[in-house]
Write a protein that binds this ligand. Sequence first.
Ligand code: FMN
Length: 358
Amino acid sequence: MDPFLRKLGIESPIIQAPMAGVSTPEMAAAVSNAGGVGSIGVGSVDADATRQMIAAVRARTGRPFQVNVFCHKPAVADAAREASWLARLGPDFARYGAKPPARLTEIYQSFLTDDAKLAVLLAERPPIVSFHFGVPSRDRIEALRAAGIVLLATATNLEEGKVIAAAGIDAVVAQGYEAGGHRGVFDPDGADDRLGTVALTRLLVRKLDIPVIAAGGIMDGAGIAASLALGAAAAQLGTVFVACPESSADAGYRAALLGPPAEHTVMTAAISGRPARCLANRFTALAKGIEREAIPNYPIAYDAAKELHAAAKAAGEFGYGAQWAGQGAPLARALPAAELVARLRSEMEEALSDRLTR
Ligand SMILES: Cc1cc2nc3c(=O)[nH]c(=O)nc-3n(C[C@H](O)[C@H](O)[C@H](O)COP(=O)(O)O)c2cc1C
């Protein structure tokens, strides 16, 4: 067992990824009670909802859990770009008898500027806090550390990993290009080497002095065992938990994930304004060929996507949803989260003992 996990008091090197809008306190508690690390994503909710979600996890478990926030550069509004984006989506709204909204807004605030959310984290002191899309200022990091909170942050390349290590963060999540959901890139408009989970995990294990958590395309115990063989302290799995009954994925998302659509995923920035991996659906189809510059900033673009999804869904069409999923999507399992963790643990042990006896 890795010393980092021992320090956290975790039995198994299995972390359920924080998934804003999809993972729930019920899921997080079930995973933590089963010996892994359960997580809630509070990047898209405000400070009050953050407090309530933390309380909901605590009501169900006394074990360690993770709370994840978004550290993106705050959006820059551009009225002309947003208007032409809405005009572009107009025919899709019209197909479902709806009209695009008059204007778009920044539907949630970055943790970089959200003092109220910081205050909640400092008051509630969840055992683990993680950062996606960047890292906050040094004083925020120091305040969280002084509160006894273990800190994690996502890196998609070595440069981001170095920033994370230098910032005094306890461990880094190596998020490969295979991963479902938003890519944690610090600069969504910068060059992206699209490193896969294997190469990135090895790079960070060999070049950094902090523990590495592998993420992206890991769907079973063999994948977790492989991550450990690469030198990771643990694996973080998102997509495999989306079909659990504790997730808040809607019926269309679940059906797509558990059916043939799971065989194709697409990386697109058109849904939210930042690159994210989604099941191929009506939204990813309409996004094909769209120039990056046409898409409003994150999360302003997400406002339009959510409105379009709601309009289509009201007419029975689920294909405009942010159906985030990684490349391993066809291996998702519709099992209660506790049972899924138990299976992942036994598969991992089997894979590890196979290696030892071979
Ligand atoms: C539905 C979904 C939502 C996600 N939301 C978040 C999030 O809020 N914060 C975050 O740090 N990562 C988020 N991720 C990315 C995960 O942390 C992780 O990198 C990814 O799930 C790993 O790849 P996998 O999905 O192939 O297991 C999300 C992933 C998915 C599938």
